[in-house]
Each structure stands twice: as structure tokens, then as C-alpha cells.
Design a protein around this ligand. Structure first.
Ligand code: ATP
Ligand code: MG
Length: 419
């Protein structure tokens, strides 16, 4: 029996892998234009990083982490998200990263032990960006302009931006009390998870995806009505900045995020009508996270993460599947294989994707393969042409062929580079 892959973890095969690579380099290039430089952090971190940063009572830490004890008895976790590792790295390498603001982008796999379904995997991938060292609402607008600009340049339509403010330590406790009071009055209508959540982390009840909880919390008090002056004016400035820069948005006072470190601005890019997996990208401000990780002074910060699988799913198949080869070298006899192979190596060295047959297949079969490969030109090594120092060159699109000298054929083949 063959060994199956781990549930919820997928192989990314060609030609999908090429779409992945193209999307990733487009993201990193877009990020670089906005001044974000790429950081690559390890996949494994100390478990404590996430229990402190993401929050003990979040779904991620309570039930979704891949945590294990390694051979030296240390508790390690496969990163479930990218922000806490980036902040850890920022604190460790503060001086090397230059003056504030520091802008970092990342791309890589994340791991969560969730129930696999469409748009929900156990190994999934995120593109993300984090902006550190400024509390200014301009930073929030910049991050949202960056993200919405990338999503539309990737070709995503019909996505809408929802924003909220989660307040800060000055005003959130008061809202917690208000919300707890409201939730206590409808306790019996919640799912089992939410009955427990209600006491530990009341905000999380608003994020529950079960119908009954959504219904029961329909008229929950809005956090936007409980903001202190500082959070209120920050939120107003963000809304103004978005409007002034032509970024459409709507308020969603029920939006809380699955991570505890957020405060003030939070946002999601959602596709209406996609069910529970409708969020393509999400993020927010997390001014308190550096302190939670042991830093003495707070480091204001804001960032986002894009779910790559969900983005690719929404973008759909692109019609032009990439071709496998630019030119194909057909050999009519075994004795031409050495020479054709030298041509192939020379063409590859010139950046032309050349392909040929090593198995002594019939000319007919080689032509079939040439056709399938998408090659635009085929050179045929044949007895009669070879005697004249020539090959037959076939233009696959036009269906025409002509005999040309080997030097000329090589020169022409070298022009068939991938666009
Ligand atoms: P959700 O509410 O869908 O569970 P989340 O709040 O847990 O999302 P974040 O931690 O904010 O998600 O991650 C940002 C993005 O990463 C999500 O908007 C989504 O696109 C993607 N994502 C999160 N979890 C998964 C997963 N298990 N499989 C695939 N993509 C995911
Ligand atoms: Mg989740």
C-alpha cells in the first residue's frame, strides 16, 4: 500500500504550482513597491510564543495548534499564523532592521488542526505584511490601500472591505462588561462552545459561525458605541482616509478576530455569499503585542494576512495553461540522439525550453509529444537532411516546414524563448 498524505495537507502540482509562484512573486513585488521587505521566519516556534501572543482562550491555541515535544523535551508548535513570529524576530533583531517605521512582508505555510473542508486546510498558506513603529491612522490607510490594491491587481472582483474597531485597554473592559451582560441574558440560546466562551472571552461569541449564535447575538451592543476618545478619533481618521483615497468599505461592528492581540482597527476582505469560508484576507492593529512578548516599550503595529488557497480558489482557473516547452527536437534515428541532446543543452543554456525524446519512440509519437508540449517549433533530424548538413524546421502554428542548414536552424530555434 502507498503512503497517503496527511489529512488537510495538499500537494501543489504543476501547473498550479506555477500559478502559486507567479502570485507569490506578484505579492512580494507589490509589497516592495510599498517599502515592505521580505522576512522568512522558521516554521517551528516555542509554543509559548503563540500561547502568549495569540491568546490562551482563542480557538487557535485551545484546539488548533500542532504542538509536540521535541527530542530535548521542549514544547514546540508549527506556526498557526505569521504575525507572532515576525514580532519575535523584530524584537530579536531590532537594530539590524533600521529606523521606524519597519515594514516587513512574508509568505509561507501555516498549520492549524481544523476540520478540513473547502477553503479550510490543515496546512494552508498566507501572504502577509506588518508595519511597525507608528500609531498614525495613515499607517492603517496605507495597509488597507496596499491590500486592496494587491487584491484588485491579482484580478479579484466583488470583494468588500469591512472594518471595525476593537478599542484598547482603556475602553474594551467596559464594552466586555456590557456585552457579558447582554450574553448572560441569552445563555441558553448559544452553542456549547459559546456557553464556555461567554465567560472566558465574550467577544469570541460574536465570531461564532453557528446559525443559532449569530441569531442570538443579532442585537448585541456595538463596540463602536463604547470607544474611548482616543480610539474614536483614530477610527474616524481611518474612515476619512479610506474615503479620501477612494477605498470603499463598510462598518461591521460584530467583527472580532480569532486572535487576541488586536486592538483598535480590524478589517476583513470578504466575498459575499461564500459561506463560513468567505474571508480572503484579514488583519488589524496590534499595538500591545510587543509588550505581551516581553518588550518594555509598546511598539505600535498593524498588519494583515491573505489566505492564498482562498484567493486562488476565487481567482479560478486561468484559461492559458502554461506550455511545457518552446521547441522540440525530433530524431528519426537513434544515431541523431547525441547531437539532438547537445542542441537541447545549448538551447536550455540560452533560456529556450527545449525538449526531446530519450526512449527511441517513433517519429509519429515524438510529433504527438511535441504538439502536446506546446512547442512552437520542431527541428527534425533526418537522414537526407543530415547528409546536406541540414535539419527540417517545422512551424507548429502554421503547419509549414522547410529545410535549413544546422547553423541557421540553431539560430532560429534560439529565438523561441518563453514570453
Ligand atoms: P476563519 O474565520 O475563516 O477561520 P481566521 O480568522 O481563523 O479565519 P486568520 O487567522 O485571520 O483567519 O487568517 C487570515 C486568513 O487566512 C483568513 O482570512 C483565511 O483566508 C486564511 N485561513 C485561515 N485559516 C485557514 C485554513 N484553515 N485554511 C485555509 N485558509 C485559512
Ligand atoms: Mg479560523
Amino acid at each position: 500500500m502507498t503512503v497517503p498524505s496527511v489529512r488537510g495537507m495538499k500537494d501543489i502540482l504543476p501547473p498550479d504550482s506555477a500559478r502559486w509562484a507567479a502570485l507569490e512573486s506578484a505579492f512580494l513585488a507589490h509589497a516592495a513597491r510599498f517599502g515592505f521587505r521580505e522576512i522568512r521566519t522558521p516554521v517551528l516556534e516555542k509554543t509559548e510564543l503563540f500561547s502568549r501572543a495569540v491568546g490562551e482562550t482563542t480557538d487557535i491555541v485551545e484546539k488548533e495548534m500542532y504542538t509536540f515535544t521535541d527530542r530535548s523535551g521542549e514544547s514546540l508548535t508549527m506556526r498557526p499564523e505569521g504575525t507572532a513570529p515576525v514580532v519575535r524576530a523584530l524584537l530579536a533583531h531590532r537594530a539590524e532592521l533600521g529606523e521606524w517605521p519597519v515594514r516587513l512582508s512574508y509568505s509561507g505555510p501555516m498549520f492549524r488542526h481544523e476540520r478540513p473542508q473547502k477553503g479550510r486546510l490543515r496546512q494552508f498558506h498566507q501572504f502577509g505584511a506588518e508595519l511597525f513603529g507608528t500609531e498614525s491612522p495613515y499607517a492603517d490607510v496605507e495597509i488597507l490601500a496596499f491590500l486592496s490594491g494587491f487584491l484588485s491587481s491579482a484580478g479579484l472582483d466583488g470583494v468588500s472591505l469591512e472594518i471595525n474597531s476593537l478599542g484598547d485597554p482603556a475602553c474594551r473592559p467596559q464594552y466586555h462588561r456590557k456585552l457579558s451582560g447582554f450574553l448572560a441574558s441569552r445563555e441558553e440560546r448559544f452553542c456549547d462552545d459559546c456557553r464556555r466562551r461567554r465567560e472566558q472571552n465574550p467577544l469570541r461569541v460574536l465570531d461564532c459561525k453557528s446559525e443559532r449564535c449569530m441569531e442570538a447575538t443579532k442585537d448585541a451592543p456595538s463596540i463602536l458605541e463604547s470607544l474611548c476618545d482616543g480610539c474614536r478619533s483614530h477610527f474616524d481618521a481611518v474612515e476619512k482616509g479610506l474615503a479620501a483615497n477612494g477605498i470603499p468599505f463598510s462598518r461591521n461592528p460584530r467583527m472580532v478576530r480569532g486572535l487576541d492581540y488586536y486592538r483598535r482597527t480590524t478589517f476583513e476582505f470578504v466575498i459575499p455569499g461564500m459561506g463560513a469560508q468567505n474571508t480572503v484576507a484579514a488583519g488589524g492593529r496590534y499595538d500591545g503585542l510587543a509588550e505581551m512578548l516581553g518588550e518594555k516599550e509598546p511598539i505600535p503595529a498593524i498588519g494583515f494576512a491573505i489566505g492564498v488557497e482562498r484567493l486562488l480558489m476565487l481567482l479560478g482557473e486561468d484559461g492559458n495553461a502554461p506550455t511545457a516547452a518552446d521547441v522540440y527536437l525530433v530524431t528519426s534515428h537513434r544515431r541523431f540522439v547525441d547531437e539532438a541532446f547537445r542542441w537541447k543543452m545549448e538551447l536550455l543554456g540560452k533560456g529556450v525550453r527545449a525538449e526531446m525524446d530519450y526512449e527511441g519512440r517513433s517519429v509519429k509519437s515524438q510529433f504527438r509529444r511535441a504538439d502536446k508540449s506546446g512547442a512552437k517549433a520542431v527541428a527534425v533530424f533526418g537522414e537526407a537532411e543530415d547528409a546536406r548538413g541540414a535539419v527540417m524546421l517545422r512551424d507548429m502554428a502554421a503547419g509549414t516546414q522547410e529545410e535549413v542548414s544546422k547553423d541557421e536552424a540553431m539560430r532560429r530555434l534560439a529565438t523561441f524563448k518563453e514570453e
